[in-house]
Design a protein around this ligand. Sequence first.
Ligand SMILES: Nc1ncnc2c1ncn2[C@@H]1O[C@H](COP(=O)(O)OP(=O)(O)OP(=O)(O)O)[C@@H](O)[C@H]1O
Ligand SMILES: [Mg+2]
Length: 322
Amino acid sequence: MSESTVARSDLADPATRQALMAGVDATPGSAKPDSILVVDNIVRQFGGITAVDVSHLEVQRGIITALIGPNGAGKTTFFNLITGFDKPSSAKTGAHWSFDGATLDKTSASSVAKAGMVRTFQLTKALSRMTVMDNMMLGAQGQAGENLLKCVFKPLWSGQEKAIEEKAKELLQRFKLLEKKDDYAGSLSGGQRKLLEMARALMSDPKMIMLDEPMAGVNPALTQSLLGHIQSLRDDGTTVLFVEHDMHVVRHISDWVAVMAEGRLVAEGPADTVMSDTAVIDAYLGAHHDTDLGDDALLSDQAMVEIQQEVAAEQAEREEEA
Ligand SMILES: Nc1ncnc2c1ncn2[C@@H]1O[C@H](COP(=O)(O)OP(=O)(O)OP(=O)(O)O)[C@@H](O)[C@H]1O
Ligand SMILES: [Mg+2]
């Protein structure tokens, strides 16, 4: 199914999203009403280790899906495989995946990006010796990270540079990075780099954005704003697939959760269902015993107020310094 069955703006309404997913089986590999990404038989082995072995996964269009799982579960490898940054060991034995109706099995990372699927990296790939603006201009090429040198030396966008620059500025404004546009990306904080990477990914107007641990290493003030950005992307009609370890964040913003353990998809469902699933609890407990599977009470209104106060205090501090 490649046509959207639900008007995109409708999915900005939580009740609509809930109704959409209410009929979906909470079982690994379950069919979705309108899948934007369909993956079959994708296996990746490194020596004796099977890092990924996903027999079937569908990602619903227009919502936020979280991909969770303990360290080493294969989440990043899975992202690398489907975005063309790595090749499945099962390439000749039935690996198949399609995005928005187009087969992607044998395409390069830049073709994947052109098809409308872009990703960010667990370790940010902002180019520290380029300015923030130049990093954004690279995003217009499609997936930065591949063939960077070619992108730097041979701009493919000549003629439209002005329009692209305007777009970059708009995005930087939205992510509160505009005043840093001429600074080296290397001078940004870890959180600002994450924002820059997300802004850059949006330069190519993706249909789906894949975020690998967007909150890792980000201070609470920026976490709040990152969460807001991810939700508003969804509300504007962009499909979001993100990897995250913080279960409070997962519970707070995900419409659907998929769980990987030892390379396999072991559970799927709404956050509450998934986090009380014994397979999930076992997967996490097997890996690290102190994992807190999240309690939404911690993201209560009170917590939000505290985060906002923290933001305000930091801002005041900055203004004082200036
Ligand atoms: N290039 C590689 N060479 C060898 N083994 C690898 C390589 N990349 C990943 N692995 C192994 O594959 C498995 C899955 O790793 P992956 O990074 O995909 O996990 P992850 O779920 O993203 O973990 P984390 O939550 O820590 O980021 C791990 O056992 C890892 O050591
Ligand atoms: Mg990872």
